[in-house]
Design a protein around this ligand. Sequence first.
Ligand code: 13P
Ligand code: SF4
Length: 350
Amino acid sequence: MASIAFNVNATGNAVLDGTTLNAVINKKSLLTIDMTMLDIDYRNRILALKRENNTVILAHNYQPPEVQDIADFIGDSLALSRNAAETDADTILFCGVHFMAETASIICPDKKVLIPDLNAGCSLASTINANELKSWIKEHPNAIIVSYVNTTAEVKALSDYCCTSSNAVKVVNSIPKNREILFLPDMFLGSYVAEMTKRKNMYIWPGECHVHAGIKAEEVNKMLATYKNADFLIHPECSCTSSTLYHMATGELTKTGHILSTEGMMKHARTSNAKQFVIATETGIIHRMKKENPGKTFIPIKEDAICKYMKKINVEKVHNSLVNSVYEVKVPANISKKAKLSIERMLAIS
Ligand code: 13P
Ligand code: SF4
């Protein structure tokens, strides 16, 4: 097979014999081959740049495969917050969504935190803002505020505790039974936590993540009929969570149904004797599952469970971030100081 030699110049443009790649390639198949080569070249440059700049790359489990493959750490929201807290790198390059980079900046105010695309938002975090939370608190002045980590820094600053899907039950259990709780913003995770903790004095904000809300009970029922020997791994943000709990209590999923955070799913995939797994969360996690567990099969419960915000990040943008030191995420000190307390309480409960 003929090989094509090209380099990537300082601004990240591909150059072939001194001519810009796009200008000389007019056959689609050639372009596909060369884009793969371009990715490999970006990858090598990224690995060199991050060493030069003492940068750590953190990537969420939902990131595109090629971004996961250049990361120093891949994990769920809790694990990545811990990585941020523990790193001795000068710069944290966060391949995830904006609230995650904000959380890293709050935990490490002296480090530079970068996100490759500022438009990587979160539909769930957008369901409540600081003013809405202030009004809710006025209705329940004595309540303890528990915010899922998928919230803005301003919302965290008004909260007593932060939690992630992997420690939400433990965080709520750590609060005295007689105290009212305002839980926000995910209603499916909230209902799951209320069910697991048997709390009757927990008020839940009616927010949802558009990706997980779309994973419905029908999907589980359909897959149950097809994959009889598979383990079912379900994220608690899914709208099918309550019906899954019901299936788990009544028989069909007693042994094979598991409600887990994304890192909990990774651990389960590693340690379970099952050979087939039906995965009910954003499909990005399947790349890591396959890579770490050759010989096991992972089936997405819904092929189109894709978070467009997580997919805003790509290798080219990561490269741009490293070259130009963009886009910095910095939380104002007055907000950061208050938000830090709720995050530290979250990190203390794992
Ligand atoms: P975890 O990775 O913490 O389970 O969260 C899932 C999620 O939706 C992050 O945006
Ligand atoms: Fe937000 Fe949902 Fe995307 Fe996670 S999957 S970042 S909760 S929109």
